[in-house]
Unconditional design. Structure first.
Length: 210
């Protein structure tokens, strides 16, 4: 009976170890290398024309996103990298007034670490991390049913290889084009990521003309 008491804890520690181990494997200052796969390069804003429903029941509009610098992150609630939520919210708070937003994309493809429904994910992120940036409905980031959003992001990235784990990041400039891609091990406080965000914010959006 005593051993049975510890089984849930051991299982949780096992999942945490797997997540951290794989996260260490995928660590890099930012994604490098190119894939030979086809690119879905889209003219205009990378999110133009996409349906972007959030867990809260509203849909993000193209108008809301236009001219903003956006960091898209595939998130999960039971991962060793889940603690990155703290830094992501700090980035959203600090740079939001300058036209920046984090957008989270819940995904359950890596170790089943985002099993909850919409309300459970919202409750967890709000109560544990005070998250108030948009969280989209759960999506797949790899495979034949990869979401249209991820297809677009990877199509514009210089590295179109598969997402390797939770909390990878795509940075989008004011012009709606993907600037860079960062792997899971690059945390929100990383100098490389912060520098890229600040540089993107300093670049004015292109004029649309008369």
């Amino acid at each position: 009976m005593k051993n049975a008491t510890y089984q849930p804890k051991l299982r949780h520690l096992g999942l945490l170890f797997i997540c951290l181990s794989l996260g260490g494997y995928v660590y890099t200052t930012h994604a490098q290398g190119k894939s030979d796969g086809p690119k879905d390069v889209v003219a205009g804003h990378v999110m133009a024309g996409l349906e972007l429903p959030t867990l809260g029941g509203v849909t993000l509009s193209e108008k809301e996103l236009s001219g903003k610098v956006i960091l898209v992150v595939n998130v999960a609630s039971q991962c060793g990298f889940t603690r990155q939520y703290t830094g992501l919210q700090a980035l959203h708070d600090k740079y939001g007034p300058q036209g920046f937003s984090v957008i989270g994309v819940p995904c359950n493809q890596f170790g089943g670490q985002e099993p909850g429904n919409a309300q459970e994910i919202l409750d967890f992120t709000k109560s544990q991390y005070g998250i108030n940036f948009p969280l989209l409905t759960k999506q797949n980031v790899n495979g034949g049913d990869r979401s249209p959003l991820l297809q677009r992001l990877m199509g514009q990235s210089t590295d179109s290889s598969d997402v390797r784990w939770n909390f990878e990041k795509f940075l989008i400039g004011r012009d709606g084009q993907v600037i860079d891609r960062f792997r899971s091990g690059v945390g929100p406080e990383s100098g490389a990521l912060v520098k890229a965000i600040e540089s993107a914010l300093a670049t004015p959006a292109a004029s649309k003309g008369p």
